[in-house]
Design a protein around this ligand. Sequence first.
Ligand SMILES: C[S@@+](CC[C@H](N)C(=O)[O-])C[C@H]1O[C@@H](n2cnc3c(N)ncnc32)[C@H](O)[C@@H]1O
Length: 222
Amino acid sequence: MTETDSNKAVEQQPKKVEPPEPDEQPGHGEHQHAFADAADRAKKWNDPGRDTWQRPEEIVAALALKPGATVADVGAGTGYMVSHLSRAVSPGGTVIAIDAEPAMVEYLAKRGADLGPARIVPRKVGPDDPELQPASVDAVLTLDTWHHVKGREAYARKVYEGLKRGGRFVVVDYEVGAEVGPPKAMRLEPGQVTKQLEAAGFRAEVVRESMPRHYLVVGHKD
Ligand SMILES: C[S@@+](CC[C@H](N)C(=O)[O-])C[C@H]1O[C@@H](n2cnc3c(N)ncnc32)[C@H](O)[C@@H]1O
């Protein structure tokens, strides 16, 4: 069953958050240990004051979501964007909340109805693959996570394969010069991200936004 078929199958059912999918790839990358304490991370990542500078409405707009759409959040963490995405694809939509860290996926499953009205699918994946079925999702977001991904061109190709024609891959990450954020050595210029997406087959563009510390790149699967 594709994600879309699966989505249709649950539209008649009461809203629920599915339990995390089984961990079929138990390999542990270095990032997983760094993000083990989900409840502690949530105090910062889910702080409502974050909306004033993260501008989630601009991120949602860049994804061009419609009610009933299926969207994946790669590196969903404690679900900050999942609740925003959930509202944007409702009624009838699905948010696949993907993370390589089991503690994050378990935390998402426990948040339940707090994550919004859409069908929420928490999914534990390996660090090298979002594990999307071919041409199954309308949009993919990755927020503050792309700098963690190893082999970004190969990863972007897997995202490309998972998107439907006309779908979008939105990468939001810290500017190299931002006063806070990940270690500077890990940060990427938006031009590097567009090249990685283009190498994977996307038409990529840096989109204007008003976030003080982030840039936003959209990859189009035309
Ligand atoms: C800095 S947090 C951002 C969380 C969330 N996107 C937010 O903005 O609040 C990065 C998240 O990406 C996850 N992560 C890191 N590398 C990953 C990978 N290769 N695949 C999937 N998730 C990954 C981490 O476990 C963590 O939850």
